[in-house]
Design a protein around this ligand. Structure first.
Ligand code: FE
Length: 344
């Protein structure tokens, strides 16, 4: 022991610092040569990787990413605090983005370029988050059992004529929380609650875990109408172009179709804020928008960008122009309202 102790001491005192000194300049050079940006994404890998690959090819900035569920990723950024390796969070639904912003994990990022590319209703007014793509949450119906002339509004799905014919996804999904929040915004709590109670009493079967299950249920005859995000219909239609289900655009004489976004925020403690800002700006630019639209059958964030041909074939519609931050602010009221109405 007495022999090894001094030699360890020697190692600690002299050899290790020498090694560190010798290694440091190399590490610094390597860092300087590799520009990077780190993204936490609740969007699945196949929906973000092609974008990151393109960005990397164009700018030489390496994109490292981790995928996971929105809630845990937001928690993780909170826990990591100043030590977070994450420069950016990508997630879906303004409800999630608003929540992340309310937890203080995002930095205020504003630029003329971002403001020009992203319409004001699709971004936080303080620049905490910006939309990257748009999706509509709309009505789908059986082309075999429903005449589209009999469809009008979301609220009309509460009419007794749809008794035993309506399918819904679970109220626990953020998409429905945001939809109901938008209804509260337009019509107030009392009227919205009446509608939701009507929906519940018209249900053909209990709410589904996924929009894709709902589309299958209409296809198989379990119900006749429902509400889904457009890209789920896009996927079903890609698999079976003759699927006897079609999209209907509701509320065209009123507030328009409820639209929502996928989006991103740059973290408050981003180690690579400059590169993250470059990535965010690139993501709302024309090249990325084209890739993004094709990947998940969504609409571009910027009306000026081209729409995927399959998506364009669903036709034009009037979209709700309400500021999506409101769907976040009214999220808690929406959840309580759906519980009162026994929408599971
Ligand atoms: Fe989705």
């Amino acid at each position: 022991m007495s022999v090894t102790k001094p030699s360890y001491h020697l190692l600690k005192k002299w050899i290790l610092p020498t090694l560190v000194v010798a290694v440091l300049p190399i590490a610094e050079t390597a860092l300087a040569a590799t520009e990077e940006v780190v993204v936490y994404s609740s969007r699945k890998e196949h929906l973000v990787k092609p974008l990151f690959d393109s960005f990397q090819k164009e700018t030489g900035i390496m994109v490292k990413y981790q995928t996971g569920k929105a809630g845990p990723l937001i928690e993780r950024i909170k826990q990591e605090g100043e030590q977070t390796p994450a420069d950016m969070l990508i997630t879906v639904d303004a409800g999630n983005l608003w929540y992340a912003g309310s937890q203080g994990i995002f930095a205020n990022i504003k630029s003329a370029e971002l403001s020009k590319a992203v319409p004001s209703q699709y971004r936080d007014s303080d620049g905490l988050w910006h939309g990257l793509s748009v999706r509509a949450r709309t009505i789908v119906y059986s082309t075999e059992r429903v005449k589209p002339e009999n469809l009008t509004t979301y609220a009309d799905l509460a009419d007794p004529k749809w008794k035993g014919r309506l399918c819904l996804r679970t109220s626990k999904k953020i998409y429905n929380k945001s939809l109901v929040a938008s209804m509260i915004h337009h019509y107030g709590e009392a009227e919205t609650e009446k509608t939701i109670r009507g929906w519940v009493s018209n249900l053909a079967v209990k709410p589904f875990a996924k929009d894709s299950h709902l589309i299958k249920a209409i296809d198989s005859g379990a119900c006749d109408v429902g509400i889904v995000n457009t890209y789920y219909f896009g996927r079903a239609e890609s698999k079976n172009p003759k699927i006897p289900v079609a999209i209907f655009w509701p509320d065209q004489n009123g507030n328009g179709v409820h639209v929502n976004i996928s989006g991103a925020g740059i973290t408050k403690h981003a180690p690579n804020r400059e590169n993250a800002t470059k990535l965010l700006t690139w993501l709302v630019g024309p090249e990325s928008q084209k890739i993004l639209g094709g990947l998940n059958k969504e609409y571009p964030i910027n009306g000026g960008s081209s729409v995927d041909p399959q998506v364009a074939a669903w036709g034009h519609f009037k979209a709700d122009t309400m500021n999506l931050a409101e769907t976040g602010k009214k999220q808690a009221s929406a959840v309580k309202l759906m519980q009162r109405a026994r929408y599971k």
